[in-house]
Design a protein around this ligand. Structure first.
Ligand code: ADE
Ligand code: ZN
Length: 335
């Protein structure tokens, strides 16, 4: 039997480092949860909903994504959503995942922080026992909201600080530079939380500099536009900052005109620690293996390059040394 690209990618041991759990809400589950919670959706069918997933830019997507999340009401809803993601991740060869959630998307419509976090954590625990996938949770602040709201969210999270690995920053990048959240990130850092931020997705390379210098990030989400600044590229390479790159997201949000123009191999060629991730797979047409496959085909990536991308995912994960070595050995045994 030939080892096709697809079977190679599915078996390649990998970590997912950029996945919004709300962005893994498949239309079928959205309809099921709407029914369970007796809510009406403004779409006639799953097909009708899917046909609305045609985005011109990030904001276009965010409007639909926040509306979709409204079907999530109970702890059981968050649990089911999370376990459904891990079922897909297990099929894609994911050994470890560090997933995002957006607490403010839920608390702002009256869902307690505890409901969301407990449901997600119990889904993560179920995935660990069912699929042996390890995971960590990162809570993101919505950057279109203000600093005070982010501080409120950070305080709400305090009882769970031992179960939350870090904080992130997402939502509309244009007009909301990282510096707006410098003080919240400093407070989270003092509490021992890891720090990541979306930057350089739609915003300029200057936003990546700000995320580094003012938010003191441990990992950079997207970072595509860093490629506009040679000094920044050299800095990211020298410090081996991990970039969580999301090819199908970049395509669907028109960060790149087509996947043939995707810069993933340019990033590797410049010694950037790039990784492949799925961002919001229910909305962008594919989970992590589909992201690997689409960009591998479009850019003619070699198996050595795909293995480097997988290695980078374990190097960039927030793992202790023993677990990291264990996963890297599994990759060495495979490749
Ligand atoms: N929230 C969910 N996905 C996002 C993305 N790609 N960029 C910014 N915010 C997001
Ligand atoms: Zn994202």
């Amino acid at each position: 039997m030939t080892n096709t690209l697809e079977t190679f990618i599915a078996a390649l041991p990998k970590a997912e480092l950029h996945l919004h759990i709300e962005g893994s809400l498949e239309p079928e589950l959205m309809f099921a949860l709407a029914r369970r919670n007796r809510l009406a959706l403004p779409y006639k069918s799953v097909e009708d909903l899917r046909s609305a997933y045609n985005f011109s830019n990030l904001q276009d997507f965010l409007d639909i994504y926040y509306a979709g999340a409204q079907v999530l009401r109970t702890e059981e809803d968050f649990h089911d959503l999370t376990l459904a993601y891990f079922t897909r991740a297990a099929a894609d060869g994911v050994l470890h995942a560090e997933i995002f959630f957006d607490p403010q998307t839920h608390t702002d419509r009256g869902i307690p922080f505890a409901t969301a976090v407990q449901g997600i954590l119990s889904g993560m625990a179920a995935a660990q026992s069912r699929y042996a996938i390890t995971s960590k949770l990162i809570m993101c602040f919505l950057r279109h909201l203000d600093e005070a709201a982010a501080f409120t969210t950070l305080h709400q999270a305090e009882p769970w600080f031992d179960k939350i690995a870090g904080i992130g920053l997402d939502s509309s990048e244009r007009g909301h530079p990282p510096s707006k959240f410098a003080r919240v990130f400093a407070a989270a850092g003092s509490a021992g939380l890891k720090r990541v931020a979306h930057a350089g997705e739609e915003g300029p390379a200057a936003n990546v500099w700000e995320a580094l210098n003012e938010l003191h990030i441990d990992r950079l989400d997207h970072g595509n536009n860093a490629l506009d600044d040679p000094t920044l590229i050299a800095h990211l390479a020298a410090t081996q900052m991990t970039l969580t790159v999301c090819p199908l997201s970049n395509l669907r949000l028109r960060v790149v005109p087509n996947l043939q123009a995707h810069p993933i191999d340019k990033m590797l060629a410049q010694n950037l620690r790039a990784t492949i991730n799925s961002d919001d797979p229910a909305y962008f047409g594919g989970y992590i293996a589909e992201n690997f496959k689409a960009v591998a085909q479009a850019r003619n990536l070699t198996r050595a390059q795909l293995t480097t991308l997988a290695r980078n995912s374990f190097l960039g994960a927030f793992l202790d040394d023993t677990t990291r070595q264990h996963y890297l050995s599994r990759l060495d045994d495979f490749a």
